[in-house]
Design a protein around this ligand. Structure first.
Ligand SMILES: [Zn+2]
Length: 64
């Protein structure tokens, strides 16, 4: 495997991560419960029905 191939794989992984982190999570990172859409006017756009997570308020994933 050449350096050029390795470099392109790393680049593809980086782009994939960026796309993934730009999407809101589908489930609560604490308990895995599927997130529900907040009612209109709420400060967050998604929330965990268990009450322990709101997106984007509680989104602490590393910025890419
Ligand atoms: Zn939760």
């Amino acid at each position: 495997m050449s350096w050029e191939q390795l470099r392109s794989i790393a680049e593809a992984n980086r782009q994939y991560r960026q796309e993934e982190f730009s999407q809101p999570p589908k489930s609560c990172p604490n308990d895995g419960t599927p997130l529900e859409a907040s009612p209109p006017g709420a400060s967050s756009s998604l929330f965990c029905p268990m009450g322990d997570y709101r997106y984007p308020d509680d989104d602490h994933r590393p910025a890419v």
